[in-house]
Design a protein around this ligand. Structure first.
Ligand code: ATP
Ligand code: MG
Length: 174
C-alpha cells in the first residue's frame, strides 16, 4: 500500500504520536521512513524556548549582538516571543537535531529504522511539501497541532497547509 512514508516532527505531543504511527505503518507496509524537521524563521514559541533552555542552548541575554529583532525584523513580537533572548540559527539547528534524534528513538520503539532524517530550512509547510514531492512519498504523517500557542484553533497552520496542498495521502494525528 505505502512505499515511502514521510513524517513531520516538531517535538510536540501530536508530533510524537505522528512519528509513532508513521513508524508502525512503515513496519506494517515494509515502507521507507523519512523523518523531517524544518527550521522556520517565524515567531518562536514558549515550548521551543523551553526545549532550548532544557538543552542549555540559551541563557538570558547570552549574545547581545544577536538580538531577536536583528534576526526576525519585527522588534515588538520577536522580543516578546523570545523573552529578550537572542536565538541564533545554530540554536535552531541544535534544537532541530534534538527533535530529530528524539523522533528517531520513537520510530525505533515502533520497530522502524528511518532510512533518512532531514533538517530542512525555510517555511515548514513548504519545505515538507517540497521534500515529500522530491522523495516521491506516498504518505505524509503529521500532527494536527504542534508547538504553537493558539490552542483554540482546530488545526495548526503547518498541518492545514500540508493536508490541503499535498499530492499524496496524508494522515493527521491527534
Ligand atoms: P501554529 O504553528 O500554526 O501556531 P501549531 O504549532 O499548533 O500551530 P502546526 O505548526 O501546524 O500547529 O503543527 C502541526 C504538525 O505539523 C506538528 O505536529 C508536526 O507534525 C508538524 N510540524 C509543525 N512544525 C513543523 C516543523 N517546523 N518541522 C516539521 N514538522 C512540523
Ligand atoms: Mg507550529
Amino acid at each position: 500500500m505505502f512505499k515511502k512514508i514521510l513524517v513531520a516532527a516538531d517535538g510536540s505531543g501530536h508530533s510524537d504520536k505522528a512519528v509513532e504511527i508513521a513508524g508502525d505503518l512503515a513496519v506494517k507496509y515494509g515502507a521507507d521512513l523519512t523523518i523531517v524537521h524544518a527550521i522556520g524563521h517565524g515567531e518562536i514559541s514558549e515550548e521551543f524556548l523551553k526545549m532550548a533552555e532544557a538543552e542549555h542552548l540559551i541563557e538570558a541575554g547570552a549574545d547581545e549582538s544577536l538580538t531577536p529583532a536583528s534576526l526576525y525584523g519585527d522588534v515588538a513580537s520577536a522580543t516578546k516571543a523570545t523573552r529578550g533572548y537572542g536565538i541564533s540559527y545554530r540554536v535552531h539547528e541544535q534544537v532541530g537535531e534534538r527533535i530529530i534524534s528524539d523522533a528517531t528513538d520513537i520510530a525505533k520503539r515502533s520497530g522502524a529504522v528511518p532510512v533518512e532524517t532531514m533538517i530542512l530550512d525555510g517555511d515548514p509547510a513548504k519545505s515538507i511539501l517540497d521534500t515529500a514531492k522530491e522523495k516521491d512519498a506516498d504518505l505524509i504523517v503529521i500532527g494536527t497541532r504542534g508547538l504553537g500557542s493558539l490552542k483554540g484553533l482546530l488545526m495548526g497552520s503547518v498541518s492545514q497547509k500540508v493536508t490541503q496542498l499535498c499530492e499524496c495521502s496524508c494522515i493527521t494525528v491527534k
